[in-house]
Write a protein that binds this ligand. Sequence first.
Ligand code: GUN
Length: 282
Amino acid sequence: MAVIIDGKKISQEIKDEVRTETENGGIDACLAVIIVGEDPASQVYVNNKKKACEYCGIRSLSYELAGNTSEEELLELIEKLNSDPSVDGILVQLPLPGHIDEDRVIEAIDPGKDVDGFSRKSVGALSIGSNGFVSCTPAGIIELLKRSGIDIEGKECVIMGRSNIVGKPMAMLMLRENATVTVVHSRTRHIEDVCRRADILIVAIGKPEMITHDYVKDGAVVIDVGIHRIDPEKNNGRKLCGDVDYEDVEPIASYITPVPGGVGPMTIAMLMKNVLKAAKER
Ligand code: GUN
């Protein structure tokens, strides 16, 4: 029987801390959110980010651009927001339509306003341990572990997945916390054996319920970054699942994050923290 890590509760604590700081410190922070096109999932994420801003006492500016907006137009908007002193953070919701080069867009954001932490400068700063914005999902996982009283130092941590947004920055953060870090991926041999070495197993592979007890050591901490829509009629009314087969893994784990309500809510809470940091540093 595992302790369930309550990401909803912990994310609420963090948002309350941000709100207290903006209120008591009289900090006038502002996030510009840009969305291009009408991807329904992205619209939900962006709306949740705007709502979180409102709760935290952060002003948000919303730019909803048509799906046929050109790369040049988007870059011009970013340039305008870069030079606007009243804007602290700039977030471009991904994915962008195929005709726009995401890398070029991310690199156009002023590193001092890159609250997503996706730019080369932010990633580089994280790699060498200097001050910068850390990508929100991995930063949120560190908060989940620390606020649940889980020691990281000296532990074997296995990260499944090597994406630029989660796997790679997660590895850097766990190293910073003095864990022994292994990153496994689709080409890793004997992957189950490697995963079973983990005291802390962080799963970000994007495959619904792939991780069963065969991948998990007795007493391991299991963090599930995945989120997938599933058919409620075939799944006892459940609408969402993670990368981890929760029913199968929970009995042998010491701590586990549920889906929904685990890692997901932390991403937005950490974004709010990054916007506050941007405002304080300017
Ligand atoms: N799309 C999915 N997750 C994210 C995120 O954390 N930030 C941005 N900008 N786009 C996303």
